[in-house]
Design a protein around this ligand. Sequence first.
Ligand SMILES: [Zn+2]
Length: 109
Amino acid sequence: MITHRRYELAATAGAVILAALTVACVYRDLLLPAVGLALGAAVLLEAAVRERRRYLRAVEEAEWARQQALGLAPAPLDPCCLLGKTSHGAAHRACTDPRTRQRDERDSA
Ligand SMILES: [Zn+2]
């Protein structure tokens, strides 16, 4: 969880630095380096957004697991698990939805 947060902050810092360098290059009429720096800033910005999503998902899963360990019956997360989302519901692993988890345990037995 902390790793995602660290990557998010590093990518954000890199994107800000590259954006500032892009502006400096444009100001000095260095258009070709400005294009490269702008592309680099866009890639780092996308990475920051992706890591932010992963961090928030990890926080949600940790809270769900904590409630589960306390004996509460927390509602499944949306999406229930990352494998279920990418497989369009065909497969689940470490799922937060008890219905699909029971179905997968029956299928594997
Ligand atoms: Zn699932």
